[in-house]
Design a binder for this molecule. Sequence first.
Ligand SMILES: *[C@@H]1O[C@H](CO)[C@@H](O)[C@H](O)[C@H]1NC(C)=O
Ligand SMILES: *[C@@H]1O[C@H](CO)[C@@H](O)[C@H](O)[C@H]1NC(C)=O
Length: 463
Amino acid sequence: MILDDLLRQPRERRRLLLSTCIFLAVISFLGLLSSAVWTSQSTTFLFPDDPSPTPTHPALSEAAFDSTLLSSNFINGSPTPHFRDNLRPGMKYITSWISAGWTNDVMTYMNLIYLGIITERIPVIPMFIPTHIGGHVPPINFGEVFDIPRLRKALRIPIIEWHEIKNLSAHERDEIGCWSVWQAVQERDPEPRNSFLVDLLTLDISYTKAPTWIKLLPHFEHDPHASFWSLASLAFPEIRADNLLPPMPSRNEHVVLPPDEQLLCYDYLYYVCGNQPYEFDFDYSPAWRFVGQHMHWTPKLERLRDEYVKKAIGVEEAQATPPWIAIHMRHGDFATWCTGMALSDCFAPVSVIARRVEEVKKEILDRKGISVQHVIMTSDEKNATWWEEVTSQGWYRIDHSNTAELHGGWFPVLIDAAIQSGGLGFVGTDRSTMSILARRRTQAWQDGSHRIVRWGKLGADDH
Ligand SMILES: *[C@@H]1O[C@H](CO)[C@@H](O)[C@H](O)[C@H]1NC(C)=O
Ligand SMILES: *[C@@H]1O[C@H](CO)[C@@H](O)[C@H](O)[C@H]1NC(C)=O
């Protein structure tokens, strides 16, 4: 029934038809939910050990649903020395590795989970490994940063962490075949993308170069993006079979294995998009909409964020945290883009940042009637004179002098990221992925206002 037909019916009949349509829509939606994902041929795995309890109370059914998504329903038991011993026969999984700075790694895991959704496979998420924060800091589990129970519930899919499957302290080597995306999307580096994670997971990987048609912009050497659905197609038997090539021998045992069908793996999923490169900056970004916006911080990290904000502003612990505007100014290695000019010309001066802060303040006042008093600067800048300029604006600085000692080496950056996403307003740095995610979180979680400050030459943000 098309809408035009419906509208042409007499009113009574229209009402009847309309309710029939709604009824059918509800039925088919329920049908979708129950047949849901993670089905393989005739068996439904979403509710593997669950005799479909008949809920009598809405709260009960929620709880029952949550418990069906627990990892224990999708693995055999406690972590085993070899990961295969813990995968359930008939269930299909997907994983990948990371090798960039932390924010880009977060985006990579968002991409991995999104690819899990569209391939109907259970995402198996590795840890975060330190790259920008120093090699002496131990890895941190995904679940210590992001609230996995909340994420599972929002996405209605199981999400597993590597340490739940494999006993990583046993250091038993596992051989596996994976697709190399990296070899297919760029020509400078003939090797698969390397990741320190592979050693931590004690994997010996035999790579198969993915077909070059996965590349979004064919033969364009300046962009290495692949599209989600081109990668997803390799997860299914027909396209997989059509594209198999002789795999490269693995590094340790020189085994040769085709891409694994139960635990599907790709070397690197940072450069993946639905429609255009660097998509997290755009409102339609599927990885953000279907995954990223549901990746909330753990309750512990949210508590720490509030504690640090209150301490910086000078609010009693027992009092509520007042609203704030967060600034993220990335300097540090961005200086490498400032060749041939003084850094003070290249980076946006504090007066320019202040102009954007005022715009954000005004917008919040206009939109919400709230006058935000507190502005918090987060930055990797080390220059004390610059920080004096910042605090002379009346802006606050977070004291991280003993954060690493108290909470671990990851927490200065994690707390900063949580602060950047928890304000009613956000002012960020152009070209910084950390600012991109902070902006999107501020919009999605706080309905907040934002500005992104341009830099790179004198007067870059004058507009
Ligand atoms: C993991 O392996 C280590 C080293 O072999 C062992 O001491 C530990 O008990 C194992 N943990 C589990 C949960 O099996
Ligand atoms: C430190 O910051 C101040 C103020 O922004 C600037 O004038 C000065 O050149 C900076 N010093 C260095 C060593 O970059």
